[in-house]
Each structure stands twice: as structure tokens, then as C-alpha cells.
Design a protein around this ligand. Structure first.
Ligand SMILES: [Zn+2]
Length: 172
């Protein structure tokens, strides 16, 4: 998947959960790719979507950062960003490695599209729109007011029905 889409997906999801962590999440979301460059700089050969694209590594890192050690949530955001990279790369034809113990490629949703395919942009666009909606909904009252309003209308309906029952014979 393209970096722009990795960035958009991780950045917008993180903006919903914790806006101050968008930067480390985005750095993490591109990490599996730029880590390959870093290794190449040391002169070592590295296969694309190999050792930096192992699902279990990122999942363990993300869980460890969340529950064990962390610095102001930065590591957590970084590691979950990296995990989002693996999950979205897993939707492509090439896929990713599931664990270091197997060479089998791991795919999500059948691994249908190639990197750069319009589908990829459609997915990240959908995620961004959903996240903007969530932020809008969350923003007003601290929790999702859609459900609040629903309950509000329901309460109103109950009260109206009750009042109607109490008052319906008063006309007589
Ligand atoms: Zn990648």
C-alpha cells in the first residue's frame, strides 16, 4: 500500500482515539517500509515486505507498549501505527508474513488489489470519512450524541404517550 494511504488511515483513526498521538502513529504507519531503508543503509540485504512486515511482531510490540512500557503513549501510537500498516498491506496481492516461523504470506479480504490500485485510495477515503464522522459525533458532547438523541426522542415519546393517557379523558 502507498504511504499516503498508510498515513491517512493510521492518522485519521488515531485522531478519533487520541489526537495528540497522530504524529507517532503516522511515523509508525510508515515504519515497516522505512525500516527496510535503514537496514539497507547498513549494507545488509533485506527482502521487501519481509522481516519488517511480520504481523505477530507488530502485534506483540503494540500490546507490550499498551500494557507494559510506554512513554506518554508515544510508543503505543507508534506500534499500533505499524500494526495498521501490516493489516492494510495484508489486503494487497503480495500480503505480509504472519509470523517469523513460516514463509507463508498472510492476506486479508483475499488480498485482491495491487499497491497503487484505486481500491486502495477508496479504502483510505472511506476510513477518513468514517473517522471525520466519528470526530463530529464525539466532539459535541463527549460521547456519541446520535445515541443520546435517540434515547432523548424515545423518552420524549414515552412521556408524551403517558401524558396523553393521563389527559385523554379530560376533554369530557
Ligand atoms: Zn509496506
Amino acid at each position: 500500500m502507498k504511504w499516503i494511504n498508510h498515513t491517512l488511515i493510521a492518522g485519521s483513526i488515531c485522531a478519533v482515539i487520541s489526537p495528540i498521538h497522530v504524529a507517532p502513529a503516522v511515523i509508525g504507519a510508515t515504519a515497516p517500509d522505512w525500516m527496510e531503508w535503514v537496514v539497507k543503509l547498513t549494507g545488509r540485504h533485506i527482502k521487501h515486505r519481509g522481516v519488517t512486515h511480520i504481523l505477530t511482531h507488530w502485534l506483540i510490540a503494540a500490546l507490550a507498549a499498551t500494557f507494559l512500557f510506554d512513554y506518554q503513549g508515544m510508543l503505543t501510537a507508534f506500534a499500533w501505527g505499524g500494526f495498521s500498516h501490516i493489516i492494510t498491506d495484508a489486503m494487497t496481492v503480495t500480503g505480509v508474513l504472519f509470523s517469523p516461523y513460516s514463509d507463508r504470506r498472510f492476506h486479508l479480504f483475499g488480498g485482491r488489489f495491487r499497491t497503487g490500485d484505486p481500491v486502495e485510495y477508496a479504502i483510505s477515503f472511506a476510513v477518513v470519512v468514517l473517522c471525520i464522522l466519528f470526530i463530529k459525533l464525539l466532539g459535541d458532547s463527549g460521547f456519541i450524541p446520535f445515541f443520546y438523541d435517540w434515547a432523548g426522542f424515545y423518552d420524549k415519546g414515552i412521556i408524551d404517550a403517558y401524558e396523553w393517557k393521563q389527559n385523554r379523558f379530560r376533554i369530557l
